[in-house]
Write a protein that binds this ligand. Structure first.
Ligand SMILES: CSC[C@H]1O[C@H](OP(=O)(O)O)[C@H](O)[C@@H]1O
Ligand SMILES: Nc1ncnc2[nH]cnc12
Length: 289
């Protein structure tokens, strides 16, 4: 029994229908940051507590730029998860990352615009470090779990986050390769930023569904191919979560990300906006109360 781990799983396009959890219970958790993508399913896998949230909602209703990333992270924090693993469909920007293969992402380039990308703001300003946006421990466990589930895994990779919903032009795809992007998706940012602000160790396993449109001789990305690879990957992704829960050590030791806000809030206590401070009760209550 590893009762001090509580794993939040954000299921992306390939996992909208959820995971099989023991003692599953669906709860609608309210957030002061608005509507999350849907209810959170709480349960256990082999004694480890798990909270599952479908990023695009049940039945994939929410497009990538309309996902309320703040509410999603806030409700997972309210559920008291200790760590967050995101499972995402990605396009490959590299010949060596073939469709069907998995990537334990470790860096992001954020090309998104107009998404709420911080819990903080006027009346409570905070600056967390994001140099290493992924928790190395969780990425290691998740990568090992993906391999145990039968995935071909690449450890490390830079994820270029775009708004979408359209796939990239050929010129954009070539540009992202020149920027040293390895994979591309529409959801990793601001999700990873917000997890850090909420002091939640975050890792992302990307499941390559296509080569992005950098190959001159090939047609561009086709969503039919993406969905077909996604369906093939879904059972490996679900098994990865099972393997992860099986592999966690009984005790969860603390990591620096657990206290990422320790010295991050720079607004003087008497200059803080009480309304915002109240909204931050789950995300930053540890340092604000
Ligand atoms: C259906 S392909 C495009 C879609 O898939 C990815 O979603 P997620 O990261 O939630 O798995 C990608 O980011 C796009 O939103
Ligand atoms: N090529 C691609 N671009 C952006 N998001 C994706 N998700 C899956 N494949 C993708």
């Amino acid at each position: 029994m590893s009762d001090n781990w509580f794993i939040g799983i954000i299921g992306g396009s390939g996992l909208s229908e959820g995971l099989e959890l023991e003692e599953a219970q669906e709860v609608a958790i309210k957030s002061p940051f608005g509507e999350p993508s849907g209810p959170v399913t709480l349960g256990r896998i082999g004694g480890v507590r798990v909270a599952f949230l479908a990023r695009h909602g049940q039945g994939h209703r929410v497009p990538p730029s309309q996902v309320n990333y703040r509410a999603n992270i806030d409700v997972l924090k309210r559920a008291r998860v200790t760590d967050v693993l995101a499972l995402s469909a990605i396009g490959s920007l590299r010949e060596e990352i073939a469709p069907g293969e998995f990537v334990a992402v470790d860096q992001f380039i954020d090309r998104t615009t107009s998404r709420e990308n911080s819990f903080f703001g006027p009346g409570c300003v905070a600056h967390v470090s994001l140099a290493d946006p992924v928790c190395p421990r969780l990425a290691q466990y998740a990568g090992d779990a993906a391999k145990a589930a039968g995935a071909a895994l690449h450890r490390g990779g830079t994820y270029v986050a775009i708004d979408g919903p359209q796939f990239s032009t050929r010129a954009e795809s070539r540009l992202y390769r020149a920027w040293a992007g390895d994979v591309i998706g529409m959801t990793g940012m601001p999700e990873a930023r917000l997890a850090r602000e909420a002091e939640l160790p975050y890792a992302m396993l990307g499941m390559a569904t296509d080569y992005d449109s950098f190959r001159d001789e090939e047609a561009g990305v086709d969503v039919t191919d993406v969905l077909s690879i996604m369906r093939d990957n879904a059972s490996i992704a679900a098994q990865t979560v099972v393997e992860l829960c099986k592999s966690l050590p009984a005790e969860r030791s603390r990591v620096p990300i657990d206290t990422a806000l320790e010295h991050a809030i720079i607004t003087a206590p008497d200059a803080r906006d009480p309304e915002l401070v109240t909204r931050l009760d789950a995300v930053a209550g540890r340092v604000l109360s």
